[in-house]
Design a protein around this ligand. Structure first.
Ligand SMILES: [Zn+2]
Length: 473
């Protein structure tokens, strides 16, 4: 184990010089990875095959390397908006391309393993940064019916390889926590069940042991942030069926990490996790790993929220209530799904003490009220640019109206929401599913506002770097 941990730390410390620098965030596309794949033709023992085209005609590639007896098949991004492992795979490919990097590790891997990789199973979904493919079918519920060309390709490659091990690489929602620990489930594992009885067949047991090694390694970096996905059998999913058909499948899903919405830290953790696992497979060190490690991974729960405001006072009909307000942000794609803005809504109100926020603030002694819409409309963008937001907030407003509707787009970087059409006014209330716009006072003086879920200290409005919503488009 000491050797495995040392390798992981070496990978960690050398990562910046090895990682694929052209992939900078989560919204890269098929066209961004094609050159990275094409350059591998006949290089450093790589083999590149086109194994089919997506429904929209994008090539799906199978990258192969190594000459060893144990076959390992990795596939990523069957869900288009789950790219963290894809980026990590290109980091790993860079390691194989760099003659000076980890020569001994690579010798062990390439002589003991044959590695096969499909780095973006769902390129059409990636283009839109959406989970499903372009005809809105979830590939991971299509292994039986085989309606989508992408699912057929994945199944055909699986059948042609009959791999000993499979790595089923996903992302998962930021709302997952490791049990009730107040930590995000930053990496979750599963050795999927091959049947409703959740039988521990030989391939599944091997996957469980291998996950045990991966957990031991990742505990060096993200202790308390490793969760386990539910092992309920899903007869339509790839991992469950591949396990049934004799492959030891490791499902690895990247969740949330505080301060890392773009998941670049978790990408690095993926890189370490995958290379560590390959090393364990190459030297068979997982064989004697105790199953209790896998069994003791806490179950994924959903106790995370993006932002929690704690202990606010709400006044209703002369009565006072102490409440927490939990806010979640939805990412809305724009610019050809290359960019996104955030749209906040209230997730829950009341006693949220069992939940944990990626961000939290204790506002004991502060009074909460809904942000209102200023009734008098503005007539031009020029007028809006001149608004003093602090004056607006002191009057209780977080939203303004613009009477001429020539505002482009559905969001802005001004510190208030813009309403183009009165009927699209957001609810001025504080209840689940409503927009998150609040005025927060202490001793009747406005101290903070929340605009589209972003907290603004009114003495530091210029520090604001969120986005707001333009209603009615
Ligand atoms: Zn997924």
């Amino acid at each position: 184990m000491a050797q495995e941990k040392q390798l992981a730390w070496d990978l960690y410390h050398s990562y910046e010089s090895i990682k694929e620098k052209s992939l900078e965030n989560r919204r890269f596309k098929h066209s961004d990875i094609v050159p990275l794949i094409e350059q591998l033709q006949n290089k450093n023992g790589f083999k590149v095959d086109k194994v089919g085209k997506s429904i929209e005609g994008r090539d799906i590639y199978l990258i192969s390397l190594g000459t060893g007896k144990t076959k390992v098949f990795l596939w990523s991004q069957m869900h288009g908006d789950e790219p963290t492992a894809t980026a990590a795979i290109f980091d790993m490919i860079n390691l194989f391309l760099d003659d000076n990097a980890f020569p001994e590790l690579k010798k062990i891997l390439l002589s003991n393993l044959s590695i096969y990789i499909i780095p973006m199973v769902n390129p059409d979904g990636a283009e839109e940064f959406q989970r499903r493919n372009i005809v809105e079918i979830d590939l991971n519920r299509d292994v039986i019916r085989q309606q989508t060309t992408e699912a057929k390709i994945l199944k055909n490659v699986f059948d042609s390889l009959k791999a000993d091990f499979g790595f089923n690489l996903h992302d998962q929602g930021r709302d997952y926590s490791t049990g009730n620990t107040f930590n995000p489930a930053s990496i979750s594992f599963l050795a999927p069940s091959p049947d409703y009885e959740k039988s521990i067949t030989a391939p599944r047991e091997k996957a469980m042991k291998l996950i045990g090694n991966m957990v031991n390694v990742l505990n060096e970096f993200i202790p308390g942030h490793i969760g386990k996905y539910t092992d309920e059998y899903e007869p339509r999913a790839f991992g469950d069926n591949f396990t049934k058909w004799g492959t030891g499948v490791v499902l690895l899903a990247s969740g949330g990490w505080r301060g890392d919405r773009e998941k670049q830290f978790l990408r690095k953790i993926n890189y370490i996790a995958i290379l560590s696992a390959l090393n364990c497979l190459a030297n068979s060190s997982y064989v004697n790993t105790d199953l209790s490690i896998y069994e003791s991974i806490p179950q994924n729960e959903k106790f995370m929220m993006d932002f929690i405001l704690r202990n606010l006072m709400l006044k209703r009909n002369d009565k006072e209530y102490i409440i927490d307000v939990g806010i979640n942000f939805e990412e809305v794609n724009f610019n050809g799904a290359r960019d996104f803005y955030l749209k906040a809504s209230i997730e829950d109100v009341g006693d949220l003490s069992v939940f944990s926020g990626y961000d939290e603030i204790d506002l004991s002694g502060y009074v909460l009220e809904p942000g209102k819409t200023k009734p008098e409309a503005y007539n031009s963008l020029d007028e809006i640019e001149k608004i003093d937001p602090v004056k607006l907030y002191i009057e209780g407003y977080t939203n303004i109206q613009l009477s001429n509707g020539d505002f482009k787009g559905d969001h802005s970087y001004l510190p208030f929401n813009i309403i183009l059409n009165e009927k699209d006014n957001p609810e001025n209330s504080i209840k689940p599913d409503d927009a998150a716009n609040f005025i927060i006072r202490k001793n009747d003086v406005v101290k903070y506002v929340v605009v589209n879920g972003f907290l603004i200290d009114i003495e530091k409005v210029n520090d604001w770097n969120g986005n707001t919503i333009v209603y009615a488009r």
